[in-house]
Design a binder for this molecule. Sequence first.
Ligand code: NAP
Length: 291
Amino acid sequence: MTAKIIDGKMIAEELRVDIGKGVEKLVGGGGPRPGLATVLVGENPASHTYVKMKRKACADLGIDSFPHELPATASQQEVETLVKELNADPKVHGILVQLPLPAGLDEEAVLKAVSIEKDVDGFHPINIGRLAQKGREPLFVPCTPAGCLILLKKAGAKLSGAQAVVVGRSNIVGMPAALLLVKEDATVTICHSRTKDLPGVCRQADILIAAIGRAEMIKGDWIKPGAYVIDVGTNRVDDPTTKSGSRLVGDVAYNEALEVAGAITPVPGGVGPMTITLLLQNTLRSAQRVG
Ligand code: NAP
């Protein structure tokens, strides 16, 4: 079997065209121009790159972006005061606090300070709580897991009644991905570093989501023939054959998985492009709600 490759780049691009049209329609109809505020604390180079990418993506689709940078020495109160000012600013429809925050800052308290109506990352405890509850809907769903679900649906995976395995239980990917799958009526097993016989558990999966952060850990013979595999991992490994001396790989041994899976996301070009796109979609939805 050769797996179908789920082209996240193309699916994200199609979604962005729709979001761009949504922005024009909202503004053309007298509504507000959607605005995303980014809060970047400290000097983490990867965080700076991510925030830059998010600002550029906003500009491409006509979404206003309001960048805020604080030094790594910023106090808890300074960060929370900034978030509260952004909560009160009518031009801001979404607030993104780039994680991780520097050591010493209370991440949970900062995320809790974000108004749930502007929580476009979907990390506010109330939004996550609603995601976990039957019959309740969050205002926003975390972007990476939401992207995984869209990719599965676009690839034609049947979620209702499926055996799904999520490897990873982080607040930002694994756990919300599992909650979303439960909402879709899948039967979900959540795995982590203490899981016994991980290969055996993975082999049961019709749907396998890998969000571990370990290069190519999931081997081809861990995958059930025909399974849908979503690889969230982004791991940089040495590769002297490339110009930069390194390349990105996922958490799944891609070439092996290609021979067994029914469908799989590549790394890069799978889940990654969906994450920022869903952030833009959440920002548009927030502006539509008030407009
Ligand atoms: P994380 O917070 O480090 O969580 C990793 C999870 O994997 C934890 O639950 C951990 O278990 C589990 N784990 C670690 N080693 C394991 C092992 N040997 N066997 C089984 N489970 C193991 O990471 P994250 O933030 O969720 O990110 C996961 C990956 O996705 C990373 O590569 C990250 O770069 C990538 N990512 C990509 C995007 C994107 O847009 N493409 C977005 C976010 C993250 P414990 O809970 O027991 O420690």
